[in-house]
Write a protein that binds this ligand. Structure first.
Ligand SMILES: C[S@@+](CC[C@H](N)C(=O)[O-])C[C@H]1O[C@@H](n2cnc3c(N)ncnc32)[C@H](O)[C@@H]1O
Length: 442
């Protein structure tokens, strides 16, 4: 018998009933041929026309956009941004859902990942199932939260600034991003043309008036004269090494959290939501409850946010070691924490530096890895250090759940989990899990 040749299904339309939300913000549906569809721009329970954007007759699953809503969910609202929707800006993929529904759906994704990858129910994870707004993030109903303090615009062939379309190199030119923080919008970089640039990033700090614009020239491109009618520092990304160099003003912005000021150089990590750093520091400190004389690790420490918070609470005989791979971030962390004698920062990858430190025990650990998580090897090492408490800060619930399963193998269980909506209008969510060793004989 001859096999049917594979043929592309891109552009095919299916009338489907939409099932649950999945990791990544899509919802799951099935075609009449029982192929799984991951559909964007829809909500559970809707009846829609889904148009395939990726996949063929042999694909295990297809990607699709909801192009017509036949029976809308009660959670649906008109997307406030004119650039939202299929084929447009790939950023705010959940703005067609009410804010409360966005948080509920994020909670459903976390619950599903915990159960599937770590075998944990919400009760077993010490989680009440809710996703909380960032601290102090209260908005009148119907208003769009303008939370993004850092926005990188890509420049299209005509020199217009815009944002990338979903899974594409194409640019959606925009003249105002609704979720950009006021300080970013005031810089107005998206309002002018940048024919010499490949990208332009606008940054506004929280807790200082620092503003910054980072210019990435096109290959061989010249640097444009930047005249923005605001006091702003300008940096340029070098073509040959990708390094970021100061053109004028400061090479960093000053952020504030937990009553400390943090210098953040370009390329260094800082939470993008203005209330995120404080929200996370508080959740981590409430979970760890550092004591005088504690020894602690802050892994993937960035410019020293958690190392600073713990370092302030452990007295003169405690000690904190931070580990961070970014050279510039390490310089900033050492500068930021120079008043804390008992805090030390090492540069390098956690999996390489940690074994070299010779540390065999510590009281507390905080880890805040990138999206991929810490992984089995690092978690195994950490599980052997005898920490009283571990705080795991996670921006991807799937990576968190995988690592929690490794921690369980290493004798640690989750005591509490909290989830925060630090990325409103998108499917992204942040979690803080507090782990403790399983009591011997339990
Ligand atoms: C999610 S950020 C957290 C930063 C910091 N904890 C904060 O809240 O500001 C992750 C950090 O890990 C760093 N990083 C990524 N991979 C790493 C690795 N393998 N080892 C050490 N640091 C790494 C990144 O440079 C980034 O600063």
């Amino acid at each position: 018998m001859q096999n049917e040749p594979t043929s592309s299904l891109v552009g095919e339309e299916y009338e489907v009933e939409v099932g649950p939300v999945a990791h990544g913000g899509h919802c799951i549906a099935r075609t009449a041929e029982n192929q799984v569809l991951f559909v964007r721009h829809t909500l559970p329970g809707e009846k829609i026309i889904a148009k395939v954007t990726d996949g063929d007759t042999d694909s295990r699953f297809l990607r699709a956009d909801a192009v017509r809503i036949l029976e809308p969910s009660k959670d649906r609202v008109e997307a406030p941004c004119p650039y939202a929707g299929p084929g447009m800006c790939g950023g705010c993929d959940w703005q067609h859902a009410k804010p409360g529904a966005q948080r509920r759906l994020k909670g459903e994704v976390i619950a599903e990942q915990l159960l599937r990858l770590a075998g944990l129910t919400p009760e077993e994870a010490g989680w009440d199932g809710t996703v909380m707004p960032a601290e102090g993030d209260k908005l009148p109903p119907g208003e769009v939260p303008a939370w993004r303090t850092r926005v990188q615009y890509t420049v299209d062939a005509d020199g217009r600034a815009g944002l990338r379309k979903h899974r594409s190199h194409d640019v959606q030119p925009i003249d105002h991003c609704l979720i950009a923080a006021p300080g970013v919008s005031e810089l107005g970089v998206e309002k002018r043309e940048w024919p010499q640039l490949a990208a332009v990033e606008a940054i506004t700090a929280t807790g200082s008036n620092d503003r910054q614009v980072i210019l990435t020239p096109k290959p061989g491109g010249r640097l444009p004269l930047v005249e923005l009618d605001k006091p702003v520092s300008v940096l340029r990304v070098e073509e040959h090494d990708g390094g970021v160099h100061r053109v004028h003003g400061r090479a960093f912005v000053r952020e504030r959290a937990d009553d400390r000021t943090y210098r953040v150089g370009s390329g260094g990590f800082w939470q993008v939501h203005p209330q995120a750093a404080n929200t996370l520091v508080r959740a981590v400190m409430q979970g760890l409850l550092p004591r005088k004389n504690d020894t602690a690790l802050d892994l993937y420490c960035g410019v020293g946010l958690f190392a600073g918070a713990i370092g302030q609470r452990i007295g003169e005989k405690g000690a904190v070691l931070g580990i961070e791979s970014g050279k510039r971030a390490v310089e900033d962390a050492r500068h930021n924490l120079k008043d804390l004698d008992r805090v030390r920062i090492e540069q390098g990858k956690v999996d390489q530096v940690l074994p070299r430190t010779g540390i065999t025990e510590c009281d507390l650990i905080v880890l805040d890895p990138p999206r991929a998580g810490a992984g089995k090897q690092v978690v195994k090492h950490l599980s052997g250090l005898g920490a009283r408490k571990i705080a795991y800060v996670a921006c991807d619930p799937a990576a968190l759940a995988r690592d929690l399963a490794y921690f369980a193998e290493g004798g640690y269980r989750v005591r509490t989990l909290r989830a925060f909506d630090l990325f409103p209008m998108t499917h992204h969510v942040e979690c803080v899990a507090i782990l403790e060793p399983v009591a011997k004989g339990a």
